[in-house]
Write a protein that binds this ligand. Structure first.
Ligand code: FPP
Length: 244
């Protein structure tokens, strides 16, 4: 079915507010097409584009995509530099179109290990979109869920020691407020492509009550239709948040 028709089948009052995507399978896509891994990533960027557009059309409020994890530094030097460059180039190339679509984009993750000039360029580019009120697009870059929690705990500790704030006990609200995602809703739906069924250190705090949706499809082949089907499936789930 054409995706425009499928999008009309969504219950607009029950669109997942925050979707998190683990974009997996670029390497296997490249292998299947007998080409270099980097071509798999390049093709993956095209999928990012169509999924972001579809999220905007469906009225999703927050979309967080796992672009580069704290574990990805373990790949070959060539692949790591290619990925860093591809992500930066895509951001710079797409920013005007994103702004036109009222997208508010930010990178979430640790700034450590990335060059200061890289971080600065990301910040300056993203900043141009921060007045936008449509889709909030988070690119998880040098992101790890445990690292995020450690950063939060260390900041809480520092603030408590300095005596400026935080003199009572630590609450869930306080932890949430110190995460990279402070002020954002928790994740409703986690999508992972390529047949793997793991969270891989992605938004571990924020996904505590998320629904999971897995597909065999490799990320570069992930279509608008399949993305909408994931949302339609989400709308059929009964979410009880631990209650009856
Ligand atoms: C997983 O495939 C993919 C990644 C680690 C990188 C994802 C990055 C992109 C799609 C690039 C674009 C991102 C933005 C924000 C423009 P894999 O290499 O682990 O695949 P494999 O498991 O099949 O080897």
């Amino acid at each position: 079915m054409n995706y425009k028709k499928l999008i009309n089948e969504l219950d607009k009052s029950k669109i997942p507010r925050h979707i998190a995507i683990i974009m997996d399978g670029n390497g296997r896509w490249a292998k299947k097409h007998k080409t270099k891994r980097i071509n798999g990533h390049k093709e993956g960027v095209k999928a990012v584009r169509r999924i972001v557009e579809t999220a905007v059309e469906a009225g999703v409020e927050y979309l967080t995509i796992y672009a580069f994890s704290t574990e990805n530094w373990g790949r070959t030097k060539t692949e790591v530099s290619y990925l860093l460059k591809l992500i930066m180039d895509s951001l710079v190339k797409e920013i005007d179109e994103l702004i036109k679509n009222n997208v508010n984009i930010r990178f979430i993750g640790s700034r450590e290990k990335l060059d200061e000039s890289y971080n600065k360029r990301v910040m300056e580019t993203c900043k141009k979109s921060w007045k936008n009120t449509g889709l909030h697009l988070n690119v998880a870059m040098n992101y790890g869920g445990r690292k995020e929690l450690l950063d939060a705990f260390n900041e809480i500790l520092a603030d408590a020691r300095s005596g400026s704030k935080l003199d009572g006990e630590i609450t869930e609200k306080i932890v949430s407020d110190y995460l990279y995602t402070a002020g954002m809703p928790e994740v409703d739906l986690v999508i992972r492509t390529s047949g793997e069924e793991r969270l891989s250190n992605f938004l571990i705090w924020q996904s505590a009550y998320a629904e999971f949706w897995f597909t065999q499809t490799l990320w570069p082949d992930f279509s608008r239709e399949e993305f909408i089907r994931a949302m339609l499936d989400f709308q059929q789930r009964k979410r009880r948040f631990g209650t009856r």
